[in-house]
Design a protein around this ligand. Structure first.
Ligand code: NAD
Length: 367
């Protein structure tokens, strides 16, 4: 699709009547008003954003939509995972009712994964479901959480325990918004990009290996390329397995161990850093199983190091605690841990034929 002075990349998520497009490029948000007006007419538009993104991008988007004559409101909530709960959902819903939101209204989720999960969950239950469009502004949201239709909030008993599968009508991915994203958040998101390379695309992995300084400098063409390739991989997997019955599990590469590391640190380690360490541990596990080469393991570790991601299991998470946490992960089926292993960079498979002793050995050798 042609914008004013750029070409937007397009990726399609094929899901029969729920199929949708992801539009990727710099300046997508500036041009979104006309597109919404023509393709997604609505009685009112509700931009939902956290307090940080609302200040940086929300007001601008509100003005862009208003200048197209669209009846638009901006609602925000305090930034951070702590807001990802039912209280926030109910409070936003009540604001929407007060402003006259009806079944023909449309929710625009402008922000990172927290905003995307809250806003899409709200859209999925507001008046039994109204349309939602994702406008992801963190790298993690652009390459992962905005695509695939998983929504949800946390409860004290665990993260994402309440949620729905609810596909957005479209995803507008403006890579220009990454300019204001804090550096640590950008690096966190890169863990997911490395994951896509490891599980499905040697080409993507090699782009990262060959261009990490430019990527860390947010060189637009490269960012556009890696976001597009990541979205294509996620779109492909989601199209084949919308509700995580099988193939979608490969997206958990590094995540099962990563979740345990996050929990053991009492969530002081970020998700991206934990996934990075998790990918190193399961790759070591694959070596122990005789399925992955030492050379490729070193390439993975070097890439993560170069991107500023950690590769060692933290000294304060002992192996016994990590093993216990692993067996309590909600993705553990009947006491078996499902691991995603890569026999080589760019290919993976899921297996539960792993002995606990092998997992312990892998964790210990990554300290
Ligand atoms: N639905 C899914 O499939 C899925 C997948 C992965 C993760 N998630 C969820 O995503 C969440 C994590 O997402 P996240 O890492 O984006 O966290 P986040 O939404 O909290 O964003 C991280 C921080 O960056 C700020 N931010 C975002 N975009 C910005 C921008 N352009 N400029 C300045 N600041 C910006 C936010 O205000 C926040 O402080 C978790 O709750 C996780 O459970 C969901």
């Amino acid at each position: 699709m042609k914008g004013l002075d750029f070409v937007w990349e397009e990726v399609k998520v094929e899901l029969d009547k729920d199929s949708y497009d992801i539009l990727i490029g710099p300046g997508v948000l500036t041009n979104v008003g006309e597109d919404l007006k023509n393709k997604f007419p609505a009685s009112s538009y509700f931009i939902i954003s956290d307090s940080n993104v609302s200040d940086i991008l929300g007001e601008d988007l509100l003005n862009i939509l208003k200048s197209e004559g669209l009846n638009t409101y901006l609602l925000s909530f305090p930034a951070g995972e702590a807001s990802k709960n039912m209280d926030t959902v109910v409070s936003l819903a009540r604001d929407m009712v007060k402003k006259g939101a009806d079944r023909k209204s449309l929710v625009l989720a402008l922000g990172g994964g927290v905003t995307g999960d809250i806003a899409a969950f709200l859209a999925s239950i507001y008046m039994r479901g109204i349309r939602c469009i994702q406008l992801p502004t963190s790298l993690l949201a652009q390459v992962d959480s905005s695509v695939g239709g998983k929504t949800g909030v946390d409860i004290p008993e665990g993260k994402n325990l309440l949620g729905t599968f609810f596909q957005p009508k479209r995803v507008y991915c403006d890579i220009g918004t990454l300019a204001s994203l804090p550096r640590d958040e950008f690096i966190n998101g890169m863990a997911e990009v490395v994951k896509y390379g490891m599980i499905m695309s040697r080409e993507l992995f090699e782009i990262l290996e060959g261009n990490y300084p430019e990527i860390l400098n947010l060189e637009p063409e490269l960012i556009c390329k890696i976001v597009t390739q990541s979205c294509s991989i996620k779109a492909d997997v989601v199209s084949k397995d919308e509700k995580e019955g099988g193939l979608r599990r490969i997206l958990n590469f590094g995540h099962t161990v990563g979740h345990a590391i996050e929990a053991a640190s009492d969530y002081t380690i970020s998700h991206g850093c934990a996934v990075s360490i998790g990918m190193v541990v399961v790759s070591r596990l694959a070596i122990i199983k005789g399925m992955f080469s030492e050379d490729e393991f070193i390439r993975l570790k070097n890439l993560l190091d170069n991107l500023g991601l950690p590769t060692k299991v933290p000294a304060n998470s002992d192996t016994k605690t990590l093993i216990e946490l692993l067996y309590h992960d909600k993705k553990t089926i009947a006491g078996k841990i499902n691991f995603v292993l890569c026999p080589e960079i760019g290919r993976c498979f899921v297996t539960d034929k792993i002995d606990v002793k092998e997992v312990e050995e892998a964790i210990d050798s990554c300290r």
